[in-house]
Design a protein around this ligand. Sequence first.
Ligand SMILES: [Fe+2]
Length: 118
Amino acid sequence: MPLFSKVDKLETANYMGRIGQPVYRPNTSGAPEKHIPNVSVNGNDVEISANHVMTEEHYIQFMWLKDTKTNEVVLAKELTPLEDKAVLKAKVPNGVTLTPYLFCNLHGLWIGEPFTVA
Ligand SMILES: [Fe+2]
């Protein structure tokens, strides 16, 4: 399955990748300070990150950005526990408003605040 479709489905999936796992509403399971995507904008360079561990048992599996107006996924990254930090970097044109998303293997879907690159 293409990565963009995969992350889109994570938003509406009725299981957490394992059959029988309960559904968690976005931003409700786990510590907010470890899961809310942090946004840093420097000119047209955008960096999305999370202060989250990256271990075999517990890690950020996916990070992605959606165009807030069209609701389309514009960039997505699949991560592995081998990466030392959960980071997604992007070059974003002026005037575009994006919403950051991430998916933790234990704590599900987290959605950050929309931001605009000016
Ligand atoms: Fe987590």
